[in-house]
Design a binder for this molecule. Sequence first.
Ligand SMILES: [Zn+2]
Length: 292
Amino acid sequence: MINWITECVKNTNSRKYLVRAHKRIKAFQTLLDLISSNDIPALSRLLSNAKKEGWGTSKTCSQVVLAITGLYHSCNFTSLDKDLAVLIYELGGGAALYALNKAPISLPSRHTIAEERQKISLRVTVGPVKLTDIIANIEMLFKDNEIGEHDKVIHTLCQDKIAGDGRLCYLDDTDAIAGLCEHANAELETFRMGSNLTTIHAAVKAVREGRVHVGKEYSVAVFARHAPTDYGAKPVLLMPTCKHGSWQTAALNLQKLLSAWKLSPYGEIMHGSVKNIASDGASDRRRALYFL
Ligand SMILES: [Zn+2]
């Protein structure tokens, strides 16, 4: 009798397990159908949330449906998502980032990355290259560097050009116009806006007459650590250029970069000396390097 009762209980439990297993398989199939037949916004972030918060398959299906209809947004952005959004915003502007915020990749919005972008605020060169600007940029990028066991290493100073968006902008910190080429140093009396439109009229006239150009490229100088960690290129000079500078100016700028690294408490003193200089094939910089 006892054996018969035990057998009945076993059969009843098995039936319950079977029913539950069927329900689970059905829920998984529904989830698979949803994922395979729709562009789910931020799917990887949604699944990451499901794992973190312990959602069951049915709850995950419901959240996927909400995400498809735009009623659920996974905001657990990774550092890669934020870096990518900052890069898209800097290269393509607000419209490009808005499009990718609404696309299935669902990158963070401009509002979300605002804080990220303010963490590093580099000085752009306006007028002649200034030691103070380079030293300020060195402090911004090398002050909080985690040195670890490799406290002092050798560094390479690299120079190259990057494409810009070919437009001028206003720097409210210094009340100056930025984005004009190196010829503006000789052609304009000042870059400061002041309280009238004199500087703007002078800049517009010089650009229209071809004496000054709107820099479509930036001459960039970086210091790079030779270390197992944190060895990325860190830009300390960003200068709009029309690529018609002299080799004498290029040599002077190189000397300013090396001096700034020596003078800054966050340069050679903290991280070690510059042992190499690397450059692109620009003729002015090539002559400047031979000269140096
Ligand atoms: Zn120029």
